[in-house]
Design a protein around this ligand. Structure first.
Ligand code: AVJ
Length: 321
């Protein structure tokens, strides 16, 4: 029998957006594919596996902050809010807040439809008192609320440092959209990975079990599955490094040899050592991020970090404008 009802809203762009963006990205120079396309069902599973890797400190550090600060955060927000989570994935971290926060409704939003639905149903079964409205959406394109009762305070929860996937200028534009969605009196609780020793960063994106490599290479497997691609996965290699001047981890897929790869009706040439740039993951100092947030119309209220100073969580008020 079915568990508690989860309302589901599909705001996802037409399914050819993956196809069109991949063809455009492979035609450009340097070649690139946006990291949002990592998250098909397989990619979402691989990402969850990354989150429990010993080298991937981000999840543990953020979990520590949310656990230690759950009461303080709930006091800032107050009961009865509309809790909107961007990129909710498996909805694991929000569990750390729900009991203390007692929101009126939880609105998880994610690009990965099946993963989102399964996570929302599981959560709803565990928290029968909680109203759940799940939305499949590409939040980098469009930010719409499917459900918006009058009066409830809107809180956006954006954990995991997913904000690091945006370029710094796009971060301001995106946060401005978030502020607009929240309206005056809303607030944003956001996880942001901190700048740190390049060795720690390098290890987090080059884990010894090769899960991050699989996650990166799954993009090529996905192209093979969904658009009749002919990528030979063994001909490409995962590469991740810290670009210190830009303050970001870069992930690439590097071609081992000169080759031509057919994708649907098109062919793409690769030089030996040529890469497809698949991800930037920006790291920010506390002040650096607060400056971006201010430019987007937020007022920084509180910022916490974990006991090792690896990760930060910011609480920001949306300014009335
Ligand atoms: C989900 C974007 C925060 O950048 O750390 C993990 C994705 N990429 N390992 C990150 C990711 C490689 C992750 N974010």
């Amino acid at each position: 029998m079915s568990g508690p009802a989860v309302r589901f809203y599909d705001y996802f762009p037409p399914s050819d957006s993956f196809r069109l963006e991949v063809l455009e990205g492979l035609s450009s120079s340097p070649k690139r594919i946006a990291p949002k396309f990592f998250y098909d069902t397989r990619g979402s599973q691989l990402f969850e596996a990354i989150c429990s890797l010993p080298e991937y400190y981000l999840t543990r550090a953020e979990t520590e902050i949310l656990t230690v600060r759950a009461r303080e955060i709930s006091d800032l927000i107050g009961p009865g809010c509309l809790l909107i989570e961007l990129g909710s994935g498996g909805s694991h971290k929000v569990r750390l807040l729900l009991e203390a926060l007692q929101p009126a409704a939880y609105l998880p939003m994610d690009i990965s439809r099946d993963h989102l639905l399964r996570a929302a149903r599981r959560l709803s079964a565990e928290y029968p008192w909680l109203e759940v409205h799940a939305t499949c959406i590409d939040y980098s394109r469009k930010l719409d609320l499917p459900y918006c009762p009058n009066g409830a305070r809107k809180i956006a929860f954006f954990p995991g440092s997913s904000i690091g996937n945006f370029e710094p200028e796009d971060t301001v534009a995106f946060l401005r959209n978030v502020a607009q969605m929240l309206q005056a009196n809303g607030a944003l609780l956001i996880g942001v990975d901190l700048k740190k020793d390049a060795k720690i960063l390098h290890a987090a994106y080059n884990d010894s079990r090769g899960v991050t490599a699989q996650f990166n290479l799954n993009l090529l497997a996905r192209i093979n599955r969904e658009m009749e691609g002919r990528f030979i996965l063994d001909d490409f290699e995962h590469s991740a490094f810290y670009n210190e001047t830009q303050g970001r981890i870069e992930m690439h897929l590097t071609s081992h040899r000169q080759q031509t790869v057919q994708v649907g009706a098109q062919r793409f040439g690769f030089a030996r050592g040529e890469t497809v740039h698949t991800e930037n993951s920006y790291k920010y100092g506390l002040d650096e991020f607060q400056d971006l947030a201010r430019r987007a119309g937020f007022r920084p209220v509180r910022a916490w970090s974990d006991s090792q100073g690896l990760f930060s969580v910011h609480y920001l008020n949306a300014e009335s404008r």
